[in-house]
Design a protein around this ligand. Structure first.
Ligand code: EPZ
Length: 422
């Protein structure tokens, strides 16, 4: 099991290219199941979850190609599917496998997908996905840890009015992909508004879908008989960009981020500026972050987009340990997303947790030690803490970070970090 060794204390300086968004690429890959034509995606990040999703699609009978050039493209063709099933062995390693449920029911009239277990940050049920499919006319059954969804008579989903009791990102994506091949109109209320939803809708529209309102709380879809192939470039990863903005601020350095989408980071940039980080747009798709000024405490409450992203909460907590004053961090999306706090406390941070609220007093000197990553974004926050800690930090279970960050140690070493994988 790989570990990352990081010697802290050096300001990061240089340019980082931001990769494509994992959380946009995963639904886009699942969307390839909706047509027998070829779908080509570019700017796909080479991260573990993408490899797992590729394996899952291949298991179902899709042809999955990963050409060497360009290194970030992938080609899919689901001409014939040998089984509308997502097996436990693959689903257990990646909960986003649930994203094949909607497309499979839409394309094949039925689907059998293993229920994803919970994960470190919460139970993460999929009840809202299933309730929404029922509202579209699907019949839902559960057996032996699998969910089975069937369109009436195994034919086409009728479509209908779907209301989400809670905003769910992959729930919205699943229903959007089910609706594009449904018989009639589907209206999705209380839909998620993340940029990844809009990117998925853009791909589906290129494939011939009729979608209005993506990126708003109400999405209207007119179902089509068939969709055709398309070529699409995945949006930049706003969470990777946010993570590197924090890296520049916490190490008091100067980083230029290229190929990013500042317009997807409005709330994160506003909050980081509030702590004193100097962040400027420097041309299309380019951000520059400078440390320099003293960091001051700020309060954060995670919200669905366009609010402050829960996927940036752990990274902000690392920054808060170095900010003057008391920062209050409230996590409203997941019930157990402070696992990184205990590891930061072992490094010297002053953090107290009370349910969904964390209170961070700073600045505190952090010292390197052995820490264990628990989930994707927690591991990113430990890397950030290690970059500013005195001495060496050894981060174990870095497979968590490999799920969502492409070659993170290469990108960090290229801007001056003393980091290596062992
Ligand atoms: C997506 O997860 C992202 N994953 C997560 O990113 C992200 O943290 C999350 O959205 C919130 O932004 C992908 O896009 C692959 P939700 P998702 O459904 O869709 C509850 C990362 O770091 N809920 O929006 O699974 C749920 O428990 C990952 O890249 C139900 O109760 O999140 C949570 O409390 C981590 N029932 C809340 O809703 C359901 O059926 C929001 O979850 C579905 C969700």
């Amino acid at each position: 099991m790989d570990k990352l060794l990081i010697e802290g204390g050096r300001p990061l300086e240089g340019t980082v290219r931001i990769s494509g968004a994992k959380n946009a690429a995963l639904p886009a890959m699942a969307a390839a199941l909706l047509t027998s034509d070829r779908v080509e995606l570019d700017n796909v990040p080479r991260v573990r979850d993408i490899i797992t999703m590729g394996r899952l699609l291949a298991h179902m009978g899709a042809v999955v190609e990963t050409p060497e050039i360009p290194p970030t493209s992938m080609i899919f063709q689901a001409e014939t599917l040998n089984g509308a099933e997502a097996p436990y062995e693959l689903v257990k390693t990646m909960r986003a496998s649930i994203l094949t449920l909607g497309p499979l029911v839409a394309r094949c009239g039925h689907a059998r997908v293993s229920l994803p277990g919970g994960c470190a940050i919460g139970a993460r049920p999929v009840d809202l996905h299933l309730k929404a499919l029922e509202q579209m006319g699907a019949v839902i059954g559960m057996s032996h840890g699998y969910v089975e969804a069937t369109a009436p008579g195994g034919g086409r989903l009728p479509g209908g009015r779907v209301y989400f009791d809670k905003i769910t990102v992959t729930g919205t994506e699943n229903i959007l992909m089910a609706a594009v091949l449904a018989k009639g109109e589907t209206i999705i209320e209380n839909a998620a508004r993340e940029p990844e939803i809009t990117d998925l809708a853009d791909l589906l529209i290129k494939m011939g879908a009729d979608i209005q309102g993506s990126g708003t709380s109400t999405i209207r879809v007119q179902g089509k008989e068939k969709l055709h192939g398309a070529k699409h470039t995945i949006i930049p990863d706003r969470i990777e960009a946010g993570t590197f903005l924090v890296a520049g601020a916490i190490t008091n350095g100067q980083l230029k981020l290229t190929d990013c989408a500042p317009e997807h980071l409005t709330s994160v940039i506003a909050k980081l500026r509030e702590t004193g980080a100097d962040i400027r747009e420097a041309g299309p798709g380019t951000l520059v972050v400078r440390g320099g000024k003293k960091l001051v405490a700020a309060d954060v409450c995670t919200e669905e987009y366009p609010g402050f992203a829960t996927d940036m909460q752990a990274q902000f907590m690392a920054l808060a340990t170095q900010a003057e004053g008391t920062s209050t961090i409230t996590e409203t999306i997941f019930e157990n997303r402070f696992l990184h706090a205990s590891e930061m406390i072992r490094m010297g941070a002053n953090i107290s947790i009370d349910g969904r609220r964390a209170v961070v007093h700073g600045p505190t000197a952090l010292s390197g030690t052995n820490v264990i990553a628990s989930d994707l974004r927690a591991s990113a926050s430990l890397v950030l803490a290690a970059l500013v800690a005195q001495g060496e930090t050894v981060i174990d279970r870095v497979y968590h970070i490999d799920r969502g960050y492409e070659r993170i140690e290469e990108k960090l070493a290229a801007v001056g970090a003393r980091i290596r994988r062992v």
